[in-house]
Design a protein around this ligand. Sequence first.
Ligand SMILES: [Zn+2]
Length: 145
Amino acid sequence: MDLGTVRCPVCDNGLETVEHSLILCTLALDIWNRVFDWWKFGPHSNLSINESFLGDGYSFSFEIGRKLWQATEWVTGYLIWKNRNITTFSKAKPNSVMVFKEIQLKSFEWISTRIEGFEIDWDTWISNPRAFDSNAIASRSPNPE
Ligand SMILES: [Zn+2]
């Protein structure tokens, strides 16, 4: 048995657990930090990232805000996992800036197609996603046809 295989293939540090892969790994933390900065949550730590991802770490004024953040978290977790697998099989190191941009794009696409009646514009999504967690937005969405 090759003991080297239990070490994380991305950072070569720590044991390869789900928590390490999705949250504690240097790659995962770098990506989560970018996502949390994008959402302007203020100071955050490994613990707050963990709590948010596994529970309800943040509260929103409106249901739509919670839904958008949840979608962002799912897409982030999925893309961290996907890029980690690419590393495992090809030895190519993922670029966290590229992964972050992919998260912004994929979450936008996911929300555009899955949240019915909700109009999301790219510029606001990129500059301040929490702007959607507002009274003006919440009162007109979701807006049944
Ligand atoms: Zn790692």
